[in-house]
Design a protein. Structure first.
Length: 557
């Protein structure tokens, strides 16, 4: 009997199902068709907490109706050809719908080839990605759903990515690597969750995956940049309020660890309260605390003091005499006219008003006539650790249907997201939980997107500046360096260190082959330039691929 229960548990936690309580994938070719409806001023929808739950979306716009818009007509009369055509272009591969059980099973893959046409040395020859996997999703009844997917990968990457992976031992967002034939990497990763909605007001999810907080392309609060992690998420919807409790376990690959216990663990607890003031204005409050699983006194584990779903974390952290990493944040969005959204974020890692309000930074700029940037406020106290975002997105730009534009500015002061120990920083698996640039940066990102039927065109332009470390001196860009190594108590300003300019451009054209699985064929070219006063690195990468696009991977850094 116990063995049967174990098999049932194994089945549920390792199979991804399609049903009533499933998440809408963050990466989706028709995401902006959905988002345009959700961001309309006549709707009251909390867009900033992702992934969205499909039943919540269906209250405003039916997901199946959007998918049906992309389906191709099938004129075959013979059953075999009719079925084959639909399986390739319109439907899931395997569909089961029997007495309360809904189940779909699909292969997932990413086959990509490309070449850097500028750098032609032995390291930067033709590149490839060979990804194969399986996705299963479904539901039992109307209240319980489950999902799982697994990927096996072999790949070689362009120069700057190859260097980053060898340094961090992690493919961005996709897990740790093993060597593959000397010049490549072998890696695997999986995600899964179970979702239960006992009533219209509550949803419970337990899984291994990612979450995203914000209305922008980047998030300075919590992004999907890092690798998957185990989490428990409790979502409450009452009136105009969405309240999310998120509890997660993260790992530090750099901290000393034993083979028997694995990598050092740390935990995160998050509160996110989103309030729709009206159908145009949404204001959300965020707080998070990160703590290590073991300290000098021994194993600490998950601190039950942070389990309270409504308490403020800062008083709790102080009351238990804890040296944990605490952060506060704000997310705001406002709908302008019919198809425009203004959004922004503010993250406070540490904040002292008298330090921030000091005029010495402005005086230095005026007296010495230094180039102005946002980091000039205050007196440069190293503990002024803040980040902010400001952006706008527009649907049907110039009244052209399906033309989408978005631009945003992201900024983080030196040492933001870091802590006095690397293990308690705001990172996971050698990757930032917020912006992939870490801290000590200014960044502008713009998109122009258009789609016609199944054809999609996207142009992306990134312009960023950050201050890199120099000769082992921590200038505040690397969040995995403990902040107690900062060289100066005062006079720390954004872009200090080796000023690095990064320009990244990408043009992509794709054709959606199957809307049920987001299978698409794409071709594109990306151009990257990284320059300092010491050197300049340049690459132009042409690529072609066929893939099921279900996740976001960020290579634009």
């Amino acid at each position: 009997m116990k063995f049967k229960i174990f098999l049932l548990f194994l089945f549920i936690t390792h199979i991804r199902l399609f049903s009533q309580q499933l998440n809408f994938p963050i990466a989706n070719p028709y995401l902006y068709d959905v988002e345009k409806k959700l961001d309309a001023p006549d709707n009251n929808f909390h867009t900033s907490m992702k992934p969205w739950l499909i039943p919540e979306i269906n209250k405003i716009i039916n997901i199946d109706s959007i998918k049906n818009q992309y389906k191709l007509k099938n004129s075959f009369e013979k059953k075999f050809y009719h079925t084959f055509y639909n399986k390739v272009f319109n439907e899931n591969l395997i569909i089961l719908n029997k007495e309360g059980l809904q189940l779909t099973i699909d292969p997932v893959f990413n086959f990509e080839i490309g070449k850097d046409i500028i750098n032609k040395d032995s390291i930067n020859k033709s590149k490839f990605v060979n990804t194969r996997g399986l996705q299963v999703e479904g539901s039992i009844g109307n209240k319980f759903s489950f999902f799982t997917t697994f990927y096996e990968n072999q790949a070689t990457f362009i120069g700057y990515l190859d260097s980053n992976i060898r340094k961090t031992t992690v493919v961005p967002g996709q897990g740790q690597v093993k060597d593959f034939k000397g010049s490549g990497f072998d890696y695997a990763w999986a995600s899964a969750y179970i979702s239960y909605t006992p009533s219209k007001n509550f949803n419970f999810q337990f899984g291994h995956g990612k979450n995203f907080i914000g209305d922008g392309y980047r998030s300075l609060l919590l992004s999907d940049n890092a690798f998957n992690y185990p989490y428990l998420k409790i979502t409450t919807n009452i009136w105009r309020i969405k309240y999310v409790n998120l509890f997660a376990q993260f790992q530090d690959l750099n901290a000393p660890h034993s083979y028997s216990l694995g990598y050092r663990k740390k935990y995160g607890a998050f509160h996110y309260l989103s309030y729709s003031v009206n159908k145009r204005l949404d204001i959300s409050l965020f707080e998070a605390v990160i703590w290590k699983a073991s300290d000098s006194s021994g194993y600490r584990g998950f601190d039950v003091n942070y389990l309270d779903p409504i308490v403020f974390y800062r008083p709790v952290e102080f009351s238990v005499g804890s040296p944990d990493n605490m952060m506060l944040g704000l997310n705001i969005s406002y709908k302008i006219r019919r198809h425009n959204v203004l959004y922004g974020q503010l993250m406070l890692d540490e904040f002292k008003i008298h330090e921030v309000a000091s005029l010495s930074g402005w005086e230095k700029w005026i007296e010495n006539k230094q180039p102005f940037h946002f980091g000039m406020w205050g007196n440069g106290w190293w503990g002024n650790k803040q980040a902010f975002q400001l952006g706008v997105k527009s649907f049907d730009l110039f009244n052209i249907k399906n033309l989408y534009f978005q631009t945003e500015f992201n900024y983080a002061r030196p040492y933001t997201y870091s802590h006095f120990e690397s293990i308690t920083n705001y990172g996971h698996y050698n990757q930032a939980l917020a912006d992939p640039l870490g801290a000590n940066f200014e960044e502008s990102i713009s998109f122009l997107k258009y789609h016609y039927k199944r054809f999609f065109v996207e142009f992306k332009y990134n312009y960023a500046m950050y201050g890199a470390d120099s000769a082992g001196v921590d200038y505040g860009q690397n969040i995995f360096t403990p902040y107690n190594n900062h060289p100066n108590e005062y006079g720390n300003f954004t872009l200090q260190g080796i000023k690095t300019t990064l320009i990244y451009k990408d043009l992509n054209i794709s054709y959606l082959l199957n809307p049920a699985t987001n299978l698409n064929i794409s071709i594109g070219v990306s151009n990257r330039t990284e320059s300092t006063y010491l050197a300049k690195k340049h690459s132009t990468f042409i690529y072609f691929g066929i893939r099921t696009s279900l996740d976001n991977f960020y290579y634009d850094f």
